[in-house]
Design a protein around this ligand. Sequence first.
Ligand SMILES: Cc1ncc(CO)c(N)n1
Ligand SMILES: Cc1ncsc1CCO
Length: 216
Amino acid sequence: MTFTDQLWQDISPTYEAILTHGFVNELQTGNLPSPTFQYYIQQDALYLTDFSRALNQLAARATTPDDMLTFTLFAQNAILVERALHETYFSLYDIQPETAKMPACFAYTNYLLATTSLQSIAVGAAAVLPCFWIYRQVGKHIYERAIQENPYRSWIDTYAGDAFDQSVNQMLALTDKYAETAGALELAQMREAFRVSSRLEWYFWNDAYTQNRWLV
Ligand SMILES: Cc1ncc(CO)c(N)n1
Ligand SMILES: Cc1ncsc1CCO
């Protein structure tokens, strides 16, 4: 079993909770109310820019030119995906850009930035991995079940597509490479980082589904 197999096993209940979440279900049927998707896409625009910063942080600290290239390309892709997906939906639904991060987005982006800045590159990689891996699995799950006329088709095609799939495979290989040279403490920190980010993925969808806002 590879290290990343172990990571996936660790989050099995969280992944089940994501797949059965109302947001993911209704994204698949196409019945997700547009205000719910609107909240999601506004928060996701804020998420993806910080996610790109976190990837650039890993690029700066990578020890080989190949790894630096990989991380800078991921960082660029995060911005490009943000532009492509978000411009489609922003104009389609006449969505206004949002500047305030709601609780899950706030927690997740700050967690990623802190972890990729202050922890080892191995732990940072484990923290960003769920963003790749969970989205691919959810994207494929929905792709296999959604009808062609689903209003969220470009979102589905992005995350179920080949380009994204290749990035995810690269990120998995990098994480396994870092795990090979990590000691016991660092491996435990990697597992914890992967669990935390996976849990925050669930919260990100849940905040959109419940239109969660700061209560005070
Ligand atoms: C919250 C979140 N996680 C992961 C991705 C995939 O990049 C995304 N767009 N948004
Ligand atoms: C993980 C991820 N999400 C959107 S773009 C990106 C990097 C893939 O190249």
